[in-house]
Design a binder for this molecule. Sequence first.
Ligand code: AMP
Length: 222
Amino acid sequence: MNILLLGPPGAGKGTQAKYICEYFHIPQISTGEMLRAAVRSQSPLGLEVKNILEKGELVSDQIVIELVKKRLEETDVEHGFLFDGFPRTLPQAHALVEAEIFLDCVIEIQVSDESLIKRLSGRRVHLASGRTYHTEFHPPKVAEKDDLTGEALVQREDDKEATIRDRLAVYHRQTLPLIEFYRNIPGLSFLTIDGDQPIEEVRKILLDWIFEKFFKHPGIES
Ligand code: AMP
């Protein structure tokens, strides 16, 4: 099963992606995470995209498409995958169609800009593990320290408020058109979910929906 999670930065795509991937045993393909890893390792790609990520702009379609195509050559995608943060532009979506990489469902998580700014500006990350916290909604036991290792938490450069506003503008301009694009593909299951609800609630709605759509035999009562 191939799933796409769509939504603005801070909508909770990463969090929900982890639940879905664990539940259905499929890998999460997060282009943002792959690009940040490249920056951390200071690879040629990382050096090329570092500034773009810090400014909250989009990396070129060509780079991202190549990255994803390479990732899809790995064997763990055999039974499906979940895209988180890709495609993000119409050319990226078209590239998938041209490469005959098809999706079974698209899930859009909607959250208001106001909530997103609050969520993102309070987000803190433990770089080594990827564990995330929030200064208000999910604070660590000791301020600015990871619960398990005691190491310092950091704020992503692109989680600073001015950059968040830029990222939201980019989302509205470049990524929202994808919603119409995917809604108009016949036979593609599309779910829009209100992401301004507790994480657990969103998780339940998503998992129930996927299960109903793809795993419940039509003739059998549960
Ligand atoms: P994310 O973690 O998905 O919010 O992505 C972080 C940053 O990585 C974005 O602000 C972009 O600079 C870059 N990025 C991630 N995915 C893409 C994509 N599909 N196309 C272009 N840039 C991307």
